[in-house]
Design a protein around this ligand. Structure first.
Ligand code: PLP
Ligand code: CA
Length: 306
């Protein structure tokens, strides 16, 4: 396969690159910032893309924040962005449940393993849910719980979906409850299946690792609604009326972002080296996906203005 074209420091190559696309799908963590640390020149780079008439859509697998909360983070970092420009894995999952699965009531309730971002987006789509941040589940399991989960008296008969994302309060009681719903036929969905959660200093367990106990018990993978799932691409395409051939995915992670763009048959993919993966990763034989272009950091695109 062709090797990725390096754009850093090459203004004319960057110009040619920009001319190929109308829309940029931009991953957030590892591209714009790392956790809370904004990379240098990012607001200016987003402004550059927009000044060239490009549409910018922020596509993140982080399920812990809703689009509204993400919009606040963008504002705090000096990047102008409204809720409509953000597409998160929680939103993707809520839209999928409400508009694609269309489970007949009353068996359309969702048991959530995850944080408030999932709850907010389910509410926005009018999807009923339980679990999530409910403090009643943040405790040790008791003998009464085992009995009530076994005979079903502690289970809500309306639950038809288990939706798992990153849950900072994961515990045995929640896993046992989710498992009983799955055993009773609930559909298994995940906001995203990132194995790790990158932070500024180290890697931590990601959403895909929190739900492994469930896949281990039911021997079935969840349907994931975040990158690289093409269910998410279809939802993004439907919402923004994408011309895929004129759309470029920008990201730091090969097995989520770049694979998302490649499998979605986008016109291009741009890898940045400010996040999870390095050049050697896509040059390896077992690379999950290979980008068409790469830069050291997204702000290197600013070279065209110098
Ligand atoms: N999931 C969680 C919970 C996160 O905190 C992050 C990054 O902050 C991610 C996923 C990855 O997000 P992105 O797709 O923006 O890289
Ligand atoms: Ca990322």
């Amino acid at each position: 396969s062709q090797s990725a074209k390096y754009l850093s420091g090459d203004a004319s190559a960057i110009n040619d690159f920009l001319d190929k696309f109308d829309t940029f799908l931009i991953d957030c963590d590892g591209v714009l910032w790392s956790g809370d640390h904004l990379f240098e020149g990012i607001p200016q780079t987003i402004d550059l893309l927009r000044s060239r008439g490009k549409r910018t859509v922020f596509v993140t697998n982080n399920s812990t924040k809703s689009r509204a909360e993400y919009t606040k983070k963008f504002a705090a970092k000096g990047i102008s962005c409204n809720e409509e420009d953000v597409f998160g894995s929680s939103y993707s999952a809520a839209v999928y449940i409400n508009r694609i699965m269309k489970l007949p009531a009353p068996r359309n309730k969702v048991f959530v393993l995850g944080e408030v971002g999932i709850e907010t987006e389910l509410q926005a789509e009018n999807v009923p849910f339980i679990g999530g941040t409910d403090p009643a589940l943040r405790r040790d399991i008791t003998d009464a719980d085992f009995a009530g989960l076994a005979d079903g008296s502690l289970l809500d008969p309306d639950v038809g979906v288990v939706l798992a994302g990153l849950d900072y309060h994961i515990n045995y009681l929640k896993l046992a409850t989710a498992y009983q719903y799955l055993r009773r036929g609930a559909k298994f969905l995940a906001t995203n299946t990132d194995s790790t959660l990158p932070s500024h200093h180290a890697f931590f367990p990601g959403a895909g690792s929190c739900l492994i106990p469930l896949t281990n018990m039911i021997r079935q993978e969840p349907l994931a609604l975040g990158k690289p799932s093409q269910a998410m691409m279809d939802a993004v395409e439907g919402k923004f009326q994408l011309d895929r051939s004129r759309t470029c995915m920008i990201g730091d992670r090969l097995n989520t972002d770049i694979l998302f763009g490649v499998e979605g048959k986008l016109g291009g993919t741009l890898a940045v080296l400010t996040g999870v993966n390095k050049k050697a990763d896509w040059e390896a034989n077992e690379a999950p996906a290979r980008p068409a272009y790469y830069v050291d950091g997204l702000a290197d695109l600013l070279a065209v203005t110098k």
